[in-house]
Design a protein around this ligand. Structure first.
Ligand code: UFG
Length: 319
């Protein structure tokens, strides 16, 4: 297939572009490098450095594309609460323009990066796709808004669409890993302590209703996540919008993640308990049963030590 990958210079987008190329798909990456890295665009992909809304109508307009994978977005939950306008503009206004370009060009398939943040504070775990979607951040709300838009486009215009709701993505694949300009995610921050770049990891809250008092998250390897995108492209049906959660189905607490980082790096990690971070739910664990059953997806790197090992190898390669 010939595929347009928006945000293909970012963490997840670059890994997915790499996996698509390995499966002999033709990949065109569009990324404005506002947060991505040009050297993360995999060899073999055509790279267009631009804002997707400026180039998508022309690129898609020749009618040669079989699908779009839309990763480009703002992703910081905390920032989205403080500067929501940035999120509504980037994640909604621009994505609606992309959807219009897709419709106008008659592109048949779309895979969209949605998020567990669409659910907000869950009533029960593991979270299934029919759980109430009550996002607690503008980030989650913008992704949910686009999920709704995609549903109506699929029904009205015959688009074969899939939204993948990612839980906590981690690890690295083929030399491509997490390199955010402002790092807020737990595993890369803990590994920065291991490399000496950071003196300690702050543990946000030790009084959560969990066995060790710290938050529990479902960590999924970025390579397994990429595999689900391929399966989504293969199984999507015209006129249908399918939504799948993607996680391991197992949760690890902040302290368990730090312990894993200590095992993998062989170093002792300094950690300090501080106040809770606003907006954090206590426990987020995915039910990925629907993806397993309907997509035929099977996560292959499911232990926290495997995931952390790949992240550590990537971190070391860049320090
Ligand atoms: N944490 C710390 N200290 C830190 C950083 C994080 O204790 O320095 C804790 C957080 O409080 C949270 C856990 O580690 O309990 C994981 O935090 P991350 O920032 O790594 O990830 P989040 O769970 O906040 O969010 C991520 C993505 C979201 C996505 C969500 C879905 O960033 O986009 O997973 O599960 F919606």
């Amino acid at each position: 297939m010939k595929l347009l990958v928006t945000g293909g210079a970012g963490y997840v987008g670059s890994v997915c572009a790499k996996v698509l190329l390995e499966q002999d798909h033709e990949v065109v990456v569009v990324d404005d490098l506002s947060t991505g890295n040009g050297d993360a665009v995999p060899d073999g992909a055509q790279f267009v450095e631009a804002d997707m809304v400026d180039v998508a109508p022309k690129l898609l307009g020749d009618g040669s594309f079989d699908g779009v994978l839309h990763f480009a977005s703002k992703i910081l939950v905390g920032e989205s609460v403080e500067v929501p306008e940035r999120y509504w503009h980037s994640n909604v206004t621009k994505t609606l323009q992309l959807l219009e370009a897709i419709r106008a060009a008659g592109v048949p398939r779309l895979v969209f990066s949605s998020t567990a943040a669409t659910y907000g504070e869950p009533e029960s775990v593991p979270i299934t796709e029919d759980a109430p979607a009550r996002p607690t951040s503008a980030y989650g709300a913008t992704k949910l808004a686009i999920d709704h838009a995609i549903t109506s486009y699929a029904i009205a215009h015959g688009l074969a669409a899939t939204s993948l709701r990612y839980f906590n993505i981690a690890g690295a694949y083929a030399g491509l890993g997490e390199r955010h300009p402002v790092e807020t995610h737990l595993i890369p921050l803990v590994l920065q302590v291991a490399t000496g770049r950071r003196s300690e990891i702050l543990v946000f809250g030790n009084d959560w209703p969990t066995p060790d008092g710290t938050c529990i998250r479902d960590y999924i390897h970025v390579g397994d996540l990429a595999d689900a995108h391929l399966l989504a492209l293969q199984t999507a049906q015209p006129g249908e919008h399918r939504i799948y959660n993607l996680g391991n189905g197992t949760g690890f607490s902040v302290r368990e993640v730090i312990a894993s980082c200590e095992r993998v790096t062989g170093m002792s990690i300094a950690a300090r308990d501080v106040e809770r971070r606003p907006g954090d739910p206590a426990v987020l664990i995915a039910s990925s049963e629907k993806a397993i059953t309907e997509l035929g997806w099977k996560p292959l790197r499911t232990t926290i030590d495997e995931i952390v090992s790949d992240a550590w190898e990537f971190t070391r390669s860049r320090t």
